[in-house]
Design a protein around this ligand. Structure first.
Ligand code: CAA
Ligand code: FAD
Length: 383
């Protein structure tokens, strides 16, 4: 395995780093404090091609590999995790799901607009009573012949208020369990779609997370993704790749905290020398760098497996499990290295600490990742 980055990957990383530091950083504290959606920033991300990076250029995407996408997400996540989750959902859940499992008509109608960022998409699986236990869908899609009648409530939906398209997972035939679930493409301006209030969150505060209500929404049969009953597998297969994206987000959060802590420790003096010269602080930096490097190997390897057409289900789960724990642990350490300054917004590390927590929860909690990993192990899928 060779992780030497090629010219395209290096250029993408550099462009993302420049964008994050130059465009995202100046307003990130304000947007976080006021829960302001990054409208202009997302528009610029679309112009840079960041909203459909892996999509085939014939549908308006960047045609890049997963590793390039991961590198871009990592750089954005060092600075603004509201922007990186908006990007991640659009790329790895919505565009990937449509491109891989949609019909040509669905791709022409929807993917072409989503890949360019003209439209933003949302992925609607979670419900008030179906989070980790995702097969317990209460939202129903009743087969009415030429269309489905969609009723139910989804919650915690990222891009909930700004999206034009939802990929909605719903139960059509409860007797068939997970084999009776469908995935439907729903346009948000259709009658019966209602967006609830924006959630006031611990972290990623300027991303828009909403409850969505569907009341007698008529969804044409042509908007079903895959065969009848494919919806749960669609969600699982799509999330397997999405989890590599969230792992990259966690890696970026840890990396951003490390960069800030290292720079601060070299400037801040105590007892007559920079605090980096005190072994207790230097050893924290050593632990951070080592854990981040280990997380990077897992995350890049999962992306490499995906690009190589190999199975990445467990590799992605391992990457997310480990990188999110590294992000949580070391953002706390970055605050500690900053002392009192770390506790105020101006120094950025407290925001990264708050943002880190969600990477252990969404796209499958850490406990869910352990279910995925252990089931694979016991089936003999690994090693
Ligand atoms: N690929 C293909 N098929 C898969 C699969 C995968 N990765 N994972 C499961 N399946 C299949 C199984 O093979 C099984 O099919 P068969 O019966 O035909 O063999 C079927 O799906 C059901 O699988 P399980 O029996 O394993 O299902 P389960 O009820 O035990 O649940 C679970 C397994 C892993 C816990 C799953 O429910 C899960 O992933 N839960 C977490 C949900 C989640 O990640 N939500 C994220 C929402 S999106 C989001 O969060 C976005 C954001 O924040 C930004
Ligand atoms: P629960 O499933 O109720 O879990 C509660 C606790 O019990 C967790 O610690 C969990 O790990 C543990 N637990 C549950 N079952 C088991 C088990 N079998 N073994 C061991 N432990 C278990 N969802 C979407 O569909 N689309 C989105 O865009 C989206 N964006 C989100 C954005 C934010 C900011 C947030 C907070 C959530 C988002 N989610 C989204 C929802 C997210 O995926 C769920 O919150 C997550 O899957 C957990 O579900 P839950 O909140 O219902 O927790």
């Amino acid at each position: 395995m060779d992780f030497t980055l090629n010219e395209e990957q290096l250029a993408v990383r550099e462009a993302a780093r420049d964008f994050a530091q130059r465009v995202l950083k100046p307003g990130v504290i304000e947007r976080d404090s006021t829960m302001t959606y990054p409208t202009d920033e997302v528009r610029q991300m679309a112009e840079l091609g960041f909203m459909g990076m892996m999509v085939d250029p014939k549908y308006g995407g960047g045609g890049m590999d997963s590793l390039s996408y991961i590198l871009a997400l990592e750089e954005l996540s060092k600075v603004d995790n509201s922007c990186s989750v908006i990007m991640s959902v659009n790329n790895s859940l919505v565009c990937y799901g449509l491109e891989t499992y949609g019909t040509e008509e669905q791709k022409q109608q929807y993917l072409t607009k989503l890949a360019t960022g003209e439209w933003i998409g949302a992925f609607c699986l979670s419900e008030p009573e179906a989070g980790s236990d995702a097969t317990s869908q209460r939202t129903t899609a009743v087969d009415m012949g030429d269309h489905y009648l969609l009723n139910g409530t989804k919650n915690w939906i990222t891009n909930g208020g700004t999206s034009k398209v939802h990929l909605v997972i719903a139960q059509t035939d409860a007797e068939k369990g997970h084999r009776g679930i469908n995935a439907l493409i729903v346009e948000t301006d259709w009658e019966g779609v209602t967006v609830g209030a924006k959630e006031d969150k611990l972290g990623i505060r300027s991303s828009d997370t909403h409850t969505i209500m569907y009341s007698d929404v008529k969804v044409p049969k042509t908007n079903r993704i895959g065969e009848d009953g494919f919806g749960f597998k669609f969600a699982m297969k799509t999330l397997a790749g999405g989890r590599i994206g969230i792992a990259a987000q966690a890696l970026g959060i840890a990396g951003g905290a490390y960069e800030l802590a290292t720079a601060y420790s070299q400037e801040r003096e105590a007892f007559g020398k920079p605090i980096s010269q005190h072994q207790a602080i230097a050893f924290k930096l050593a632990d951070m760098a080592t854990d981040i490097e280990a997380a990077k190997m897992l995350v890049y390897r999962a992306a490499w497996l995906k690009d190589a057409g190999k199975d990445y289900n467990q590799a992605g789960a391992m990457a997310k499990l480990y990188a999110s724990s590294v992000a949580m642990k070391h953002t706390v350490e970055a605050v500690q290295i900053h002392g009192g300054y770390g506790f105020v917004k101006e120094y950025h590390v407290e925001r990264l600490m708050r943002d880190a927590k969600i990477t252990q929860i969404y796209e499958g909690t850490s406990e869910v990742q352990k279910i995925v990993i252990s089931r694979g192990l016991l089936k003999g899928d690994l090693y």
